[in-house]
Design a protein around this ligand. Sequence first.
Ligand SMILES: C[S@@+](CC[C@H](N)C(=O)[O-])C[C@H]1O[C@@H](n2cnc3c(N)ncnc32)[C@H](O)[C@@H]1O
Length: 266
Amino acid sequence: MFQHRKPLTSPGAAAARWRELLQRRAIPDEIRAAAPKDPSRHDPARFVPPATPQDSPSRRAALQLLGTDGGTVLDVGCGAGAAGLALVPKVSHLTGVDPADDMLRAFEQACEQRGLAHRSVVGPWPQAAGQAGVADVVVSHHVGYNTLELGPFVAALGAAARRAVVVELHAVHPGAWLDPLWAQFHGLRRPPPATADDVLAVFAELGMRPEVQRWTRPAQPRNPEAELDFSLRRLCLPVERRDEVAKAVARLGPRHRDLVTISWSG
Ligand SMILES: C[S@@+](CC[C@H](N)C(=O)[O-])C[C@H]1O[C@@H](n2cnc3c(N)ncnc32)[C@H](O)[C@@H]1O
């Protein structure tokens, strides 16, 4: 699915642009210092895998790679395991990698509930790659925008895959929908968000031509309390501002998600 034309870790203009786009959106120090909770942490409750996985281009791509006989899967940035567990019963063994202990506990619980052989590796990718080993298929959903050094991250995903890698990302930085609320609550104008096109520019710079599918997940009824907690945490606001934030989020309207599935052979 892709050809190497340059060494996979060569830095370049696209990688530098990516880094700069992410760094410019860092939360200002004074706001972060006053935050009641760490705005970069995720609550595992928001990521519990559904009992019946939703069909999606990412799931279909990974199932196709697993084929009729199935195989082993490595889920990088697994959270509570939604990407890997959506492939049951084609997964013979699932390895989850994540730097967050609470996410890994949720991952283990979800695997145990399904009777699935699994292993947890704590640590960030690609540093944890050696411990994680290889698998037939590598999946990584919604981690890329957390990754300053995208080239080494992508290279290590490919190196860990016997067959192929499936990455799922938002088309636009997933924090961008809160930009109007940063202006409202902090008087802060956010710089332009990174997009999947910036990701693909890094792939191109690495000499990779992955398969790309763009699609939309319609707005879904979610747990409104957990979503509100998430918005408060992200905006570095205390619980006393909860009602104001609820109104502001409601004004933003239903949120569909434009997503991108990127796949390439390992
Ligand atoms: C938005 S959640 C997505 C979780 C899961 N993949 C899903 O789709 O439900 C992002 C996850 O990536 C993890 N993460 C962040 N940076 C990471 C890195 N460098 N390597 C591995 N995981 C990372 C976070 O701890 C979090 O669990």
